[in-house]
Design a protein around this ligand. Structure first.
Ligand code: FE2
Length: 282
C-alpha cells in the first residue's frame, strides 16, 4: 500500500529531480529517541580499545581495515580536524566524532526500530524498490565548528549494482540549514553518469575514476534546508555534497543505503556481508 505521503505527483518529482523531501516523516519522539541513542553510543565508544583491535595492521592500512570491519559492526570515526598537533582531541569526544557506522540498524535496538517498519517499506515500494536490502546505516554528526565538508559524490559509487538501484534514505535528526552544513543536490543530476567507484581489492580500498563528467558548479546546486524529522530520499546517481559546519549548531543525521535485491550487488563493493543476513524494511 503506497504511503499517503508519496502521492503520484511527488513520485514524478523524484523521477524528474532524483530526490524527494518528506517533511515530518518521523515524529518528534522518534527523532528524540535516536538523537539520545546517538549520544549514548558516542559515550560508549572507546577509540583506544579500537586501536588495539587494529594494532596488527600496517599503519597505512589502518583506515581501510577499520572501514572494512565496520561493515558488520558499530564503529566510530573522528573528524579530520578533531586532533591537534599533539595527537590529542581538541575538544571532548562527544564533539569530535564524525560518524558511527555501518551496521547500527542490525546491532542496536533503537536504530533497528528507527530503520524498519511499514511506513518506510511503503516509501521504498513507491520508489520502485521491490526487494529492499538495507546494507548500511550511519549516524552523521557534522559537529559544530569542525564538521568537515563532504565533497560532491554519488552514493552509487559505494554500492554498485547492475542495474543501478541504490537509494539513500537520509533523516534529519536536527534542523539542517546552510549554516550548519545541510545537503546540497544537483536537481536532475541522477541522469548523469557514474563518475567513480569505490572498490575493495584484498585489504585495500580505492576510488576508481570511471567518467570525466565534472561535478556540478555552484549555480547547479540546491540547498536542502529541512527540519528535524524530515526524510530525504535520493537516487544513487544524484550528485550531492555538504559544506563544513562552522556554526555553533550540530547537524545530526541518520542514513540508510538500500538496494533492490533483484539487481546484482557487485562483489567489488567495499561493503560485503559475511555474517549478518540482509534484511528489508519489514
Ligand atoms: Fe552521500
Amino acid at each position: 500500500m503506497p504511503d499517503p505521503d508519496v502521492d503520484p505527483e511527488r513520485l514524478r518529482d523524484f523521477q524528474r529531480d532524483g530526490y524527494l523531501v518528506l517533511p515530518d516523516f518521523k515524529s518528534a519522539p522518534e527523532v528524540a529517541a535516536l538523537r539520545q541513542r546517538a549520544h549514548e553510543l558516542v559515550d560508549a565508544f572507546e577509540p583506544g580499545a579500537q586501536a588495539a583491535v587494529f594494532s596488527s595492521v600496517q599503519p597505512e592500512r589502518l583506515a581501510d581495515a577499520a572501514l572494512i570491519a565496520s561493515a558488520e559492526a558499530m564503529h566510530g570515526f573522528f573528524e579530520e580536524e578533531a586532533f591537534g598537533a599533539d595527537g590529542l582531541l581538541r575538544q571532548p569526544k562527544a564533539l569530535s566524532i564524525n560518524k558511527i557506522g555501518h551496521a547500527l540498524h542490525e546491532l542496536d535496538p533503537v536504530c533497528d526500530a528507527f530503520s524498519h517498519g511499514p511506513a518506510l517499506a511503503a516509501v521504498a515500494a513507491a520508489l520502485g524498490l521491490q526487494q529492499p536490502q538495507l546494507w548500511q546505516s550511519m549516524l552523521i554528526f557534522k559537529q559544530p565548528g569542525i564538521g568537515g565538508e563532504v565533497r560532491w559524490h554519488q552514493d552509487a559509487s559505494f554500492f554498485d549494482t547492475a542495474p543501478q538501484t541504490v537509494t539513500t534514505f537520509w533523516f534529519a535528526l536536527e534542523d539542517a540549514t546552510r549554516a550548519n552544513g545541510c545537503l546540497w543536490v544537483q536537481p536532475g543530476g541522477h541522469r548523469t553518469p557514474l563518475r567513480e567507484r569505490f572498490v575493495r581489492d584484498g585489504d585495500r580500498l580505492q576510488m576508481e575514476v570511471l567518467d570525466p563528467t565534472p561535478w556540478p558548479g555552484g549555480a547547479d546546486a540546491l540547498a536542502l534546508e529541512v527540519t528535524a524529522g524530515t526524510l530525504v530520499c535520493f537516487h544513487g546517481l544524484l550528485p550531492h555534497y555538504s559544506a563544513p559546519n562552522r556554526s555553533p549548531q550540530s547537524r545530526l543525521a541518520y542514513t540508510l543505503h538500500v538496494t533492490d535485491g533483484r539487481a546484482a550487488y557487485s562483489p567489488r563493493n567495499w561493503l560485503q556481508r559475511q555474517r549478518l543476513p540482509l534484511r528489508g524494511f519489514v
